[in-house]
Design a protein around this ligand. Structure first.
Ligand code: JHZ
Length: 404
């Protein structure tokens, strides 16, 4: 039995994928050993938190060899510039404000805060991406964030007006310690926002590839409201984000009597309509996931059988779950093209599909391309107009396998 990481009550199993390598565990050689753990998720009927069954020690995932760099997508660059603009607008004419971002990666958001001369700090434990943030003139602390780090920051810089994190709050197993840290670091009139893949989108689209070692929690309004309450914070707003296949941004304030945007109740009502507050809401998920895998594998096999080649687009973290669970390897996908220099000439975790440069893809013009970075579909389809004009086709798979 797995105990809930938030409220210590018993959880119920949603799905088990079995042994799985690390999502960003790209290897140098095909005969290299993959670190594996047992991937699955459970639901807590007491505080509604959906979470990993088993976790991997944080320093195995986030270290000086982290493979994901936020600035590889133009769409995300625009999105994060928008986040920075919103922060600046909300700060208004507050004197000498201080903005702290947890998991600032390569500084994709904070560099826009820095350029305005606003006091800021990025907390980033992955040394190699933190170095990139520093090159972007972002002030960085190379640490994991918790109560102790929060106290150190307050001592040096004072309390923060804004604490934020994008695709990071769902990564931290001891999220209670993060919230305890927020209590120390946040000013009484400050606010917190964080955005992560939205549980409702994952369930609705069966986008199970969002489930991997780095994503410990799958948040909803239901679970965030409970989590916040435990730490004397209040969920005051929720705004959907059209990124990463459907994300939600949660806004929190200190205390329990802040004005709450009616959107919070509306979102939670939608989650309840989908029964995400009960085990019933998760029962069909497993069957839907298995159907997507079966259908996708069949399409890839059929294409191979008639003599065409398939390559992948985007060696994403997510695709580690999809490829390993569906057992899609180099026999079905020749290689995966990616624009991250750090990933090129390596092999995907577990299935060991070679990763090639974007230039290799451009030269190749394969008949079919499996869009593993499906969350960047709009941006990639726009960029690959010429590939499609010449007859190239993209295969996507959520909520159902589609060739376009
Ligand atoms: P992308 C990462 O997940 C990891 P991933 C992390 N755990 C998380 O939560 C999310 O981000 C937010 C490449 N690419 O964004 C770049 C191209 O080659 O879906 C990336 O390697 N050409 C922190 O890894 C990958 O695809 C392109 O035109 O699942 C995309 O990875 C574009 C747009 C991307 O996140």
């Amino acid at each position: 039995m797995v105990t809930c990481r938030i409220c210590r009550q018993a959880t119920q199993e949603v799905i088990t994928f079995g042994p799985m390598p690390l999502a960003n565990g790209f290897v140098q050689r095909v005969n290299g050993n993959d670190y594996v753990f047992n991937l699955g998720v459970v639901f807590c009927p007491s505080c509604f938190m959906v979470q990993l069954t088993e976790t991997v020690p944080a320093d195995k995932m986030f270290n000086d060899h982290y493979h994901f760099m936020s600035s590889t997508s133009q769409g995300m660059a625009v999105h994060f510039e928008g986040n920075a603009k919103e922060i600046i607008e909300r700060l208004g004419d507050k004197p000498d404000p201080f903005v702290v971002e947890l998991g600032c990666n390569d500084g994709i958001m904070l560099k826009h805060i820095a350029v305005h001369g606003i006091r800021h700090l990025g907390i980033e434990p992955s040394g190699n991406v933190a170095d990139l943030a520093q090159k972007n003139n972002v002030r960085v602390l190379k640490e994991f964030f918790n109560q102790k780090t929060a106290a150190q920051i307050v001592k040096k810089d004072g309390q923060a007006d804004v604490i934020c994190g994008s695709n990071v709050f769902c990564h931290i197993e001891d999220i209670n310690s993060v919230f305890a840290g927020i209590d120390v670091l946040l000013k009484e009139d400050g606010y917190v926002y964080f955005e992560d893949p939205y549980l409702m989108d994952i369930v609705k689209k069966s986008s199970f590839d969002q489930i991997y070692d780095e994503h410990v929690f799958y948040y909803s309004g239901l679970s965030v409201r409970e989590l916040a309450k435990r730490h004397n914070l209040q969920l005051v707003d929720m705004v959907t984000q059209d990124v990463h296949g459907g994300s939600m941004r949660y806004y929190l304030k200190k205390g329990q009597s802040n004005p709450v945007n009616p959107r919070v109740e509306q979102c939670i009502a939608q989650e309840k309509a989908l029964k995400l507050d009960q085990m019933t809401g998760y029962v069909a998920f497993k069957d839907n996931v298995n159907k997507v895998c079966k259908d996708l594998k069949k399409v890839l096999q059929d294409i191979k059988q008639v003599g065409h080649r398939v390559v992948g687009y985007g060696a994403t973290s997510k695709s580690t779950t999809l490829l390993n669970y569906a057992k899609i390897g180099p026999a079905l996908v020749d290689y995966i093209s990616d624009n991250t220099p750090y990933k090129i000439n390596k092999f995907t975790p577990g299935m060991h599909i070679p990763i090639k440069s974007y230039e290799a893809f451009l030269k190749d013009q394969p008949a079919y391309t499996l869009l593993l970075a499906w969350n960047h579909r709009r941006e990639i389809l726009e960029k690959e107009k010429e590939y499609r004009r010449k007859g190239g086709k993209f295969i996507t798979f959520f909520p159902a396998v589609t060739i376009e």
